[in-house]
Design a protein around this ligand. Structure first.
Ligand code: UT7
Length: 327
C-alpha cells in the first residue's frame, strides 16, 4: 500500500558563537543600518573552528528524534552545501553518531533548496516502501566557504541546522506532506558558486570563496519560488486564502516579503527568522519551522506552503498540514 510521508518530529541546533551586525561594523566597510535594511539580518551564529557540519546536524537530528518520541529511523538524509569532507558524505557520520545502526544515509547537494530536495527524496522512499521512518536534516557551516572579508556575502550568511522526522501515514492526517515540485537550471550555475579550487586550496594556491550575483539572484528567487509555489497550490487544490503560513527560504527579508506579495498571501502570514540567524542556506527552512513551532505559531491542521531557491540554480516547493507535535 502506498504510504504518505507524515511529519512526526522536529528540532534545530545553532552553534554557540553569536555575531552581531555591530561586530561586523568593526571589521568590514559596512553598517548595521545597511545590513538590516538590505537583508533583514540583525545577528547570526557561527561555528567555531573545531565544529563541523556533522556536529550541527547531530544536534538538530537528536532533537528531532526526541520530539518524534521514537529514537529509531531507517534512513538519514543530510542536505548540505558544506559537507565535512568531499568524500564520504556527511550523513553516514551523522547516522553513526546518533546510534542509528546501519540506516541508509546519504547527502543531498542542492544548496539553499537542499532541504526540500531531501524532503521529497525521503517522501518518495516512504511512499515506495523503501523506508518506514526517515530523518531529514538541513545543516550548514556556510561561514567556511564565505570570505570573511567580503562584505557582500559575509554579512548575509550564518551557520545552523534543522531537522524533521518523517513516518508513513495517511494523506488526510495532520502532518501529511502534499504535492512537491522541484526544478533546476544549470545554465545559471555561475550566479551562485564557489569556483575551483575552493576555500581549502592546496598550500601555496590562492583559495576561492562563495560568490553570488545578488541582484540577478534576488529577482530569479522571487520569480522561481513564486512559480513553483503556485504550482504546488494548484496540485494541492488550495487557494492562496487557504494558506495559513508561507515558509520560504530565508535568503533576504525583502525577498520573503516580495514573494508573499507575488503569490498573493498577506505578508504577516510569512514566517521569518532571518533577523536572528541570517541566511543559513539548506538549513533555513527546517530552522524557521522549528523556531516558529517553539513559539507556538502553528496550530494543528494549519496549512503550510514551503518554497526555496538556491545555487544550481535549483528551486522547489511543497505543502503540508501541521501535526500535533509536542513543543
Ligand atoms: O540563499 C541563496 C539565494 N540568495 C539570495 O536569494 C540573495 C539574493 N540577493 C540579495 O539578497 C541582495 O541582492 C543582496 C543582499 C546580496 C544585496 O542587496 P542589494 O540591494 O541588491 O545591493 P547591491 O548588491 O545592489 O549593492 C548596493 C550597494 C553597492 O554600492 P554602490 O555600487 O551602489 O555604490 C554595494 O557595493 O551596496 C553596497 N554594498 C554594501 N554596503 C554596505 C554591498 N554590500 C554592502 C555591505 N555594506 N555589506
Amino acid at each position: 500500500m502506498t504510504r504518505t510521508a507524515v511529519l512526526a518530529g522536529i528540532g534545530s541546533w545553532l552553534p554557540p558563537q553569536l555575531v552581531t551586525n555591530e561586530q561586523l561594523e568593526g571589521r568590514l566597510d559596512t553598517t548595521d543600518a545597511w545590513i538590516r535594511s538590505r537583508t533583514g539580518v540583525h545577528r547570526r551564529y557561527i561555528a567555531p573552528d573545531d565544529m563541523e557540519t556533522s556536529d550541527l546536524a547531530v544536534g538538530a537530528g537528536a532533537r528531532a528524534l526526541k520530539s518524534s518520541g521514537d529514537a529509531h529511523v531507517d534512513t538519514v538524509i543530510v542536505a548540505t552545501t558544506t559537507p565535512d569532507r568531499p568524500c564520504p558524505g556527511t550523513a553516514p557520520t551523522v547516522a553513526a553518531r546518533l546510534g542509528l545502526g546501519h540506516a541508509a544515509a546519504y547527502d543531498v547537494s542542492a544548496v539553499c533548496t537542499g532541504f526540500l530536495y531531501a524532503l521529497a527524496s525521503a517522501a518518495g522512499l516512504i511512499a515506495s516502501g523503501v523506508s518506514r521512518r526517515a530523518l531529514v536534516i538541513g545543516a550548514e557551516t556556510f561561514s567556511r566557504i564565505v570570505d570573511p572579508d567580503d562584505r557582500t556575502t559575509s554579512v548575509i550568511f550564518g551557520d545552523g541546522a534543522g531537522a524533521v522526522v518523517l513516518r508513513g501515514g495517511d494523506p488526510d492526517e495532520p502532518g501529511a506532506l502534499g504535492p512537491c515540485v522541484l526544478g533546476s537550471d544549470g545554465e545559471g550555475r555561475d550566479l551562485i558558486t564557489v569556483a575551483p579550487p575552493g576555500p581549502r586550496a592546496a598550500a601555496g594556491a590562492e583559495p576561492s570563496y562563495f560568490t553570488m550575483q545578488g541582484k540577478r539572484v534576488f529577482w530569479l528567487a522571487v520569480q522561481r519560488m513564486g512559480e513553483c509555489a503556485q504550482d504546488v497550490l494548484g496540485q494541492a487544490g488550495w487557494d492562496t486564502a487557504d494558506v495559513d503560513h508561507l515558509v520560504s527560504h530565508q535568503a533576504n527579508q525583502r525577498i520573503t516579503l516580495r514573494l508573499a506579495d507575488e503569490i498573493g498571501i498577506p505578508q504577516e502570514r510569512s514566517v521569518t527568522n532571518i533577523a536572528d540567524v541570517g541566511n543559513t542556506a539548506g538549513a533555513s527552512i527546517p530552522l524557521a519551522l522549528d523556531q516558529a513551532h517553539a513559539k507556538g505559531t502553528f496550530k494543528t491542521g494549519d496549512r503550510l506552503l514551503l518554497t526555496a531557491f538556491g545555487g544550481g540554480l535549483t528551486w522547489g516547493a511543497t505543502a503540508l498540514t501541521w501535526p500535533d507535535i509536542a513543543r
